[in-house]
Design a protein around this ligand. Structure first.
Ligand SMILES: Cc1ncc(COP(=O)(O)O)c(C=O)c1O
Length: 451
């Protein structure tokens, strides 16, 4: 038990937070000597390359020794230039070598700046009526008031609701609990075509962009859109002159078994927002990547991008990001993510017969999860007061596995899910360790629930 600290405010009042002392590879070690597998990849889906890689700390130290900060209104720094070249060389589809990069601090800054850029682009293009952002229910794009407004996590929005600007949400692409009560592929992708309905209702002249996560993270526990979804979205955006923003804050940098989440649909977004895995948690940094023609519109008007934070493009963070990205490439973590992700889904699939409380398994690469239900056949959820995903988190943590509990698969309120996103360096035998702990923990909570 830690000495209670009354000055530091944590994320929850009702739990104890053990103090982490060091971390290495996929493991975290707390002050009492307990070892945990970082099964959620930080909070969450961050630690692409694993913990404690000395060369990342070394390059950041070397940069900090030269300089850590400078007057960015008057100078630039080499690490920012180098990082931008590297990112553009790895960008998906038509953005590869035809985009430019804006570096900021957090995932929320990236999604906020992505919609700012969309808005500014339309104003600079002589279409100032285009301002609305269409997004989806059961999506998470970050935590400022503006971003929470176009996010779709009911529990995190409700008390701030009066402070949001009007922006339409369409239903998620969520086949397990299809909002249209249809079955893929007979549904004819009603969930994607709902974008067209929203655009026509609001008027395309009022819409700046549509934003979506290729694989939804915290809001519906690692749920990928079905095949064809983003192709249809892209086609609708083109038809109505709407920018498409891919929120790759979780799904970027090899997490889903491809470099970018959107690569699974072979579609090019106009703007990408990315963060987390780009520095693997070694330092805060995020980015937006946007097509050349978008930036060129601002440039032609001699109009600087109206965004920016004091610590943007911090040279120490840029040095860390370059080293992390090179590590991802050098150790081919895209392929390891793909292979180990497949192994995890096969292992979880095999558990469904034994554990009837697994309603669904889902994910891509090393971003995977499952939904916990009272009844596999009817998909009936547990009562929210039982806090079943939290119950699972406690059972797994006792056995040395950190997981990320999620709720709200049903209209953002009911429905328990578990998100897993271990470091992409995880080995075959370590995935088996994760699966064994999941198996035991499910048995434990089944007993507690009288199943
Ligand atoms: C898809 C997505 N977008 C944006 C964010 C916001 O990132 P940050 O917490 O770094 O502000 C998150 C955070 O979990 C996320 O999952």
């Amino acid at each position: 038990m830690n000495e209670p600290n009354i000055h530091a405010v944590h994320r929850d009042w009702d739990r104890e937070f053990p103090i982490i002392e060091h971390a290495e590879g996929i493991y975290l070690f707390d002050k009492s000597g307990r070892k945990y597998i970082d099964g959620s990849g930080g909070s969450s889906v961050v630690t692409t390359i694993g913990h404690g890689v000395k060369e990342i700390a070394q390059v950041m130290y070397e940069q900090a020794q030269k300089f850590s900060f400078y007057p960015a209104h008057a100078f630039t720094n080499e690490k920012f230039l180098e990082l931008s070249d590297l990112v553009v060389s790895l960008a998906p589809g038509d953005l590869k070598e035809k985009s430019r990069v804006w570096i900021t601090c957090t995932g929320t800054d990236a999604t906020d700046d992505a919609v700012r850029l969309a808005r500014q682009y339309w104003v600079e293009s002589g279409k100032p009526s285009k301002y609305q952002i269409i997004s989806r229910w059961q999506a998470f794009h970050g935590n400022t008031i503006s971003v929470a407004g176009f996010s779709g996590i009911t529990g995190r929005r409700s008390i701030f609701q009066p402070m949001f600007i009007d922006s339409p949400h369409i239903p998620p692409a969520f086949c397990y609990r299809c909002p249209f009560e249809q079955t893929y592929p007979h549904c004819n992708l009603l969930c994607a075509r709902a974008l067209e309905t929203a655009i026509r209702q609001q008027g395309p002249d009022n819409i700046a962009a549509f934003i979506a996560e290729p694989v939804v993270g915290a809001a519906i526990g690692c749920y990928p859109a079905p095949p064809g979804y983003f192709q249809t979205i892209r086609e609708i955006c083109n038809r109505y002159n709407i920018l498409f923003i891919s929120d790759e804050v979780m799904t970027g940098w090899a997490r889903t078994g491809k470099m970018w989440g959107i690569d699974h649909w072979e579609v090019t977004p106009d703007i990408i927002a990315t963060a987390k895995g780009m520095t693997a948690g070694y330092t805060p940094l995020s980015a937006i990547i946007a097509h050349d023609h978008i930036w060129a519109t601002l440039e032609k008007n001699h109009s600087p991008f109206k965004a920016g934070h004091t610590l943007n493009a911090n040279p120490v963070s840029c040095a860390g990001a370059i080293a992390v990205i090179n590590y991802i490439l050098e150790y081919d973590l895209v392929e390891n993510s793909r292979q180990r992700g497949e192994q995890a889904l096969i292992g979880l699939g095999a558990m469904m017969e034994k554990h009837s409380i697994i309603g669904d398994i889902r994910g891509k690469g090393l971003m995977f999860g499952f939904e916990l239900v009272k009844d596999q056949a009817t998909k009936q959820p547990f009562e929210s007061k039982k806090h079943v995903s939290r119950m699972f988190e406690i059972a797994a943590s006792k056995r040395g596995l950190v997981t990320y509990p999620c709720t709200g698969s049903i209209e953002g309120v009911l429905g328990d899910m578990v998100l897993l996103a271990p470091p992409l360096v995880i080995s075959e035998s370590q995935i088996n360790d994760v699966l064994n702990i999941i198996d035991d923990s499910l048995g434990d909570i089944e007993k507690q629930l009288g199943k």
